[in-house]
Design a protein around this ligand. Structure first.
Ligand code: GLA
Ligand code: ZN
Length: 658
């Protein structure tokens, strides 16, 4: 089944009110609720005095209404007595100032005291509810996000470096510390700067690795406290924040059973591809289906303009998440609290305790999901195209952009968008993941290149795969130092049959053209040297700064079973569309069937190979879709022979009729 529900905070309300809240939940068709992730002060009002009775009663009431439970460990919001008694659990900012109580995630992630206290509360919750048949999953903390600069974290960082580099000689060499007299003669001399400080590139990359490692250990403390008490089948997750990049999500996700994320449109309206790519990103963390742990019921309270989504738009968002592999959609939050920092956030039940107009839209989703529970249960998306994502390359690039507008995610989207708009499914996976089973791999700005990565990509092409390397690929090693060879590094230059003679940062776009491709490159241009005869030049730079004039910009090498495109240009949208169209056709990658523009097809397939197609009209006018076969439509329960009508923001779930 696909779960549907909301985050609910019974601790905000007098107990007499719970039955009505939960009745409305049931009436909306909710099948799950998330509880307790900010309730530490209610579960442990005084140190060591646990009170779970209220939570027992809330859970009982939910279960009576046939609603399953996800429990959150409450470590994002420690109680005030804890902060008072253990002030050293507070995080410090860059200037050594401790955080304030009453916000969130204000703990030092490396505090042994906080580890102990977190282990105790998570363990106590798991002892109480780990075997509960209706507690189906656990969320650790809530949206990890900060860096602590306290003396303990600094000391740990130096220890981390020592473990990694063993000797200062090694560290000094890898970080080129002769530069500006940075040479360290004692581990204690190594600073702990902010990631935006413009410090040594090697140091900054290690700092991000250290932050990732710190959260991974904090998360592991809680996993170890929970796991022994959990019944078989109960999963553990953490709710991530999309493209947020303070830590490496792949390493943290390794220890979880499932990934989940919190999806908010913020200001304005949804954009089909910018939402879709994050679902694909999150699915890539564990390379399997995920949960949409939070999403916005209409509007948020923290964007620059907290506008309401259009009627029907949230329904589109929910189905798109499901289409990309979400096995649950939970709104945040069920009911508006009278006080607290989020009074103005969208909810399903307002301050008067009555359903808001949005409730009806959610109820429709509940009904629809019940209708396709059997059909979609156990299905998942499958893709033959993968885009590689790499946090280290992203960090490295972002610290040294060279062009203020060069943004890692925007550049990645320049590849994702034309493929997604053609309804060709895409996986977004770690640059270190297995590449088996794909026909086309795109490595946008895979800046950090080591032998293992390069070899895996080379092997992929040798086995017949099609690979695109883009601008800024293969420039640096794992210590964020420039490689001693030209881009894209020795192994890949051998397969690509090109090397980058020079990169030019562009203040003005330059023309790019060839037989079937004309357009412009903006921000960045790489002048390519062709090294061998299996290479065709697809496009050259036009007249520009003299250095680039008439030089190869995009090439393809066909000498190794597969194809390797080297794209030394950052193409404008139109030219990119033409280029990607060519690449997809050459790789024989097609959508399941044609649709009018604005209609997305999301296939989900089960283990027996049976596919359900979720059709989504992202636009506000009616669309007519011609289906290539006789179909069953499962929301309106009708047989379709020929064309299917999709209303504004309309959704259909179809399978081939037998
Ligand atoms: C985040 C948090 C929630 C809530 C929402 C509001 O995603 O996890 O607790 O604050 O934002 O949009
Ligand atoms: Zn700290």
């Amino acid at each position: 089944m696909i779960y549907f529900g909301a985050a609910y905070y019974p601790e905000h309300w007098p107990e007499e009110r719970w039955p009505e809240d939960i009745r409305l939940m049931k009436e909306a068709g909710a099948t799950v609720t998330r509880l307790a992730e900010f309730a530490w002060a209610t579960m442990e009002p005084v140190e060591g005095q646990l009170d779970f009775d209220w939570l027992d009663r809330a859970i009982d009431l939910l279960v009576e209404n046939d609603i399953d439970i996800v429990l959150g460990t409450p470590t994002a919001t420690p109680p005030a007595w804890l902060t008072q008694k253990y002030p050293h659990t507070l995080a410090m900012d860059e200037y050594g100032r401790p955080a304030q109580h009453g916000l969130r995630c204000h703990y030092c992630v490396n505090s042994p005291e906080y580890h102990t206290l977190s282990r105790q509360i998570a363990g106590a919750m798991a002892q109480r509810y780990g075997q509960h048949p209706r507690v189906i999953g656990w969320q650790i903390d809530n949206e990890f996000n900060r860096i602590c600069y306290c003396p303990r974290c600094q000391a740990r960082f130096r220890r981390f470096l020592k473990e990694h580099y063993q000797t200062l000689d090694e560290l000094n060499t890898r970080w080129s510390t002769a530069y500006w007299s940075q040479k360290y003669t004692d581990w204690e001399q190594i600073p702990f700067p902010s990631p935006t400080s413009g410090h040594n590139p090697g140091l900054l990359l290690e700092l991000r690795r250290f932050v990732s490692d710190s959260y991974r250990r904090f998360q592991a403390v809680q996993i170890e406290a929970l796991r022994p008490h959990l019944r078989d089948g109960a999963w553990i997750t953490h709710n991530y924040m999309g493209w947020f990049d303070a830590f490496d999500h792949y390493t943290l996700a390794e220890d979880l059973d499932m990934a989940s994320w919190d999806c908010y449109v913020r200001t304005g309206h949804h954009d089909r591809t910018t939402q879709a790519v994050v679902h694909d990103l999150t699915r890539g963390f564990k390379r399997k289906n995920f949960w949409l742990m939070e999403t916005q019921p209409g509007h948020v309270n923290w964007a620059s303009i907290n506008n309401m989504l259009n009627k029907g738009e949230a329904r589109v968002l929910a189905w798109q998440a499901i289409g990309h592999g979400a096995d649950a959609v939970l709104y945040w939050q069920w009911r508006s609290a009278y006080g607290g920092q989020e009074q103005y956030h969208g909810t399903l039940i307002d301050q008067s305790g009555r359903p808001r107009p949005f409730y009806e839209e959610a109820q429709q989703l509940g009904k629809d999901l019940a209708a396709v529970a059997d059909l979609l249960g156990g299905t998942e998306p499958a893709a033959q195209v993968a885009i590689l994502n790499d946090y280290e390359s992203r960090w490295s690039m972002s610290w040294q952009r060279q062009h203020r507008d060069f943004d890692y995610v925007t550049h990645l989207l320049n590849y994702y968008r034309p493929i997604a708009e053609r309804n060709v499914p895409i996986d977004v996976i770690s640059a270190d993941a297995s590449l088996d089973g794909y026909r086309l791999i795109i490595a946008p700005v895979l800046l950090i290149m080591d032998e293992k990565r390069a070899q895996a990509l080379a092997d992929f092409v040798k086995a017949g795969g099609h690979l695109i390397l883009t601008v800024r690929c293969g420039m640096k090693d794992r210590a964020n130092a420039l490689l001693s060879a030209r881009q894209p590094g020795p192994i890949l230059a051998g397969i690509a049959g090109v090397e980058v003679a020079d990169y030019n940062i562009l203040d003005e776009p330059v023309p790019v053209g060839g037989g079937w491709l004309t357009g412009q490159s903006h921000q960045w241009a790489e002048r390519l040297n062709v090294l061998d005869e299996d290479v065709s030049v697809i496009a050259r730079f036009g007249k520009s700064n003299g250095w680039l004039d008439d030089q190869p910009a995009i090439t393809v090498s066909s000498g190794h079973n597969g194809l390797l495109y080297y794209v030394g240009a950052y193409l404008d949208e139109e030219a990119q569309d033409v280029f990607i169209d060519h690449v997809l056709k050459t790789a024989k990658l097609k959508p399941p069937f044609d649709t009018p523009a604005g209609v997305e097809i999301c296939p989900r397939t089960n283990a027996e190979g049976k596919t359900a197609y979720i059709l989504i009209n992202h636009e506000r006018d009616r669309k007519v879709v011609s289906l290539p076969w006789k179909a069953q439509e499962h929301l309106g329960k009708q047989t379709i022979d020929g064309t299917l009508d999709l209303d504004a923001y309309g959704i259909a779930v179809v399978t081939k009729a037998n």
